[in-house]
Design a protein around this ligand. Structure first.
Ligand SMILES: [Zn+2]
Length: 245
């Protein structure tokens, strides 16, 4: 029955000796069954309208098995925050090291990111650590740039935005992705300079870019870095914790 379908249920389709995983997603407003790729979650999603039966959706997917197999082959898997996994901290690789008996929270030492406590909270602790460190690194840089421009920042928040690394509102509220804590420091400087410059110019005019160039030396290398590597950062720590605001 379509009514008892849980959103995000993973289906394994068996087609000609192949096993293809697709995530089934029910959309009230979808008009027809369709397939799409979720590059961040690293899966193919089978979208179906509520009134369409699961069987009809599966038949649709089986018909498109070659397309699904090709998309799955292209996907890069997510990287969970777990013991032994390598994560970049300000561009430098660190290995996550779980210390179940330690009572020190999370601490960074000699190429390791050490995490105390039980394993089931490890991912959330690493996430919280990244978010906290991102604030510690970004805040002073942002206030320093704002001072240079003679502007005041109303608030700084750290989020997990997929589509952009930072934003700025007309009332001076800046928001940044905590994943900037994974990028090299020149990238942090560029994104912060970019958002702080929006305190002067809420657009991307020539005047805006002149303001950015006043704050940082060369925005081309960090821009190129983000274009090449930025998307990969969203693979880290996904789905292990929920309730990201
Ligand atoms: Zn901008």
């Amino acid at each position: 029955m379509a009514g008892d379908l849980k959103d995000g249920e993973t289906l394994v389709l068996k087609v000609n000796d192949r096993e293809l995983s697709v995530r089934l997603s029910e959309h009230a407003r979808a008009r027809r069954v369709s397939l799409r790729v979720d590059p961040i979650k690293g899966c193919v999603v089978l979208v179906k309208p509520r009134r369409t039966s699961k069987r009809a959706a599966i038949a649709f997917a089986i018909d498109k098995a070659d397309w699904i197999a090709a998309r799955i082959a292209e996907l890069v898997p997510p990287i969970p925050f777990s013991h032994g996994v390598e994560v970049p901290i300000l561009g430098d690789p660190h290995i996550i090291h779980h210390h179940p008996d330690a009572r020190r929270g999370v601490w960074r030492e000699a190429g390791a990111l050490n995490v105390s406590g039980t394993g089931d909270h490890l991912s959330r602790r690493v996430h919280d650590w990244f978010k906290g460190e991102a604030r510690k690194v970004i805040s002073p840089i942002a206030h320093n740039y704002a001072d240079t421009l003679g502007k005041t920042i109303a608030a700084i928040s750290l989020r997990d935005t997929r589509s952009r690394w930072g934003s700025c509102t007309s009332d001076g509220r800046l928001s940044f992705s905590w994943r900037l804590m994974m990028t090299p420091i020149n990238v942090v400087h560029y994104v912060v300079a970019h958002e702080v410059s929006h305190l002067c110019e809420l657009n991307h005019s020539a005047r805006f870019w002149k303001t950015v160039d006043q704050l940082i030396e060369d925005r081309r290398p960090p821009t190129a870095w983000l274009k090449e590597h930025g998307g990969d950062l969203h693979r880290y720590g996904l789905d292990d914790w929920k309730s990201e605001p």
